[in-house]
Ligand binder design. Structure first.
Ligand SMILES: [Zn+2]
Ligand SMILES: [Zn+2]
Length: 261
């Protein structure tokens, strides 16, 4: 890649409890507490996840769809994978669109999309000097869940939405990774007792996980730790989540947020 900057644009940061305001007040804009289905665009051309809101997010963010070359699918739940929306992106992309998905995922046939079946923990070359690896996520096993390690422009990113505690092999796999950016599922807020702990993180879980990941140098002081895949109904306002996250050395994603490394 010619451009050496590593650009991350959040196109959606929600778990599944979408605000009704997305249908009216916020149908043409992003709101700080109104989140769409989770997705990020990297370097203007690599999309992680394309769910039911992706076309609206792309439109609102002013993304040039024709530049998208690859979509990395974390799993097949509808907030992350929508085959009809992906078809539409493929039709508007000037490149043959590749969709990277875990090898055992169940997906419909498509003439416009080239599916790349990924074996977990195998590092694939996406293009020159750009690599992607899938690592099995602790989430609904029928949805072929995987976290991503993406390396581009000498930067290394971890994307872990959806998923709860890291499974042993994935935890061992990312030890000493020294990520530049690590994006974690933070579906639940700062309380105990939620039934979803087998598939999503809460703030108390992240409070336990992050120091251990630091101890193993998966993340370090230089890592930008970001919480995403947030369920607004299980959290306080964005401003209040930001305050809690700061105590953990993390920041909180919102729709439309952009980071340049
Ligand atoms: Zn989700
Ligand atoms: Zn899911």
């Amino acid at each position: 890649m010619e451009n050496k900057a590593f650009n991350i644009k959040f196109l959606g940061t929600c778990a599944c409890d979408f605000s009704p305001k997305l249908e009216n007040e916020y149908k043409d804009s992003f709101g700080i507490n109104e989140r769409r289905a989770s997705s990020v665009l990297l370097c203007g051309k690599y999309l992680i996840d394309a769910g039911m809101h992706i076309l609206d997010s792309i439109r609102i963010a002013g993304v040039d769809v024709s530049m998208i070359t690859d979509i990395f699918v974390s799993h097949t739940h509808s907030d992350h994978f929508d085959s009809e929306n992906i078809e539409k992106i493929a039709k508007n992309s000037k490149n043959p669109l590749r969709v990277w998905i875990r090898e055992d995922a169940n997906v419909p046939k498509s003439d416009n999309v080239e599916y790349v079946r990924m074996t977990p923990y195998v590092r694939y070359e996406v293009e020159k000097d750009v690599f992607v690896t899938g690592a099995v996520a602790n989430h609904d096993p029928d949805a072929a869940p995987q976290h991503f390690i993406l390396e581009a422009n000498e930067k290394k990113l971890f994307y872990g939405c959806d998923g709860a505690w890291l499974i042993t092999r994935t935890y061992n796999f990312i030890k000493r990774a020294d990520f530049d950016v690590a994006i974690f599922d933070a579906t639940m807020g700062d309380y105990n007792g939620d039934y979803r702990i087998g598939e999503h993180n809460s703030i108390p879980m992240l409070r336990v996980m992050l120091p251990s990941l630091k101890g193993e140098r998966a993340i370090t002081d230089k890592t930008k730790v970001i919480f995403s895949h947030i369920a607004p109904s299980l959290h306080k306002t964005h401003t209040e989540i930001v305050k809690t996250a700061k105590e953990l050395g993390a920041s909180v994603a919102y729709d439309g947020m952009e980071i340049i490394l």
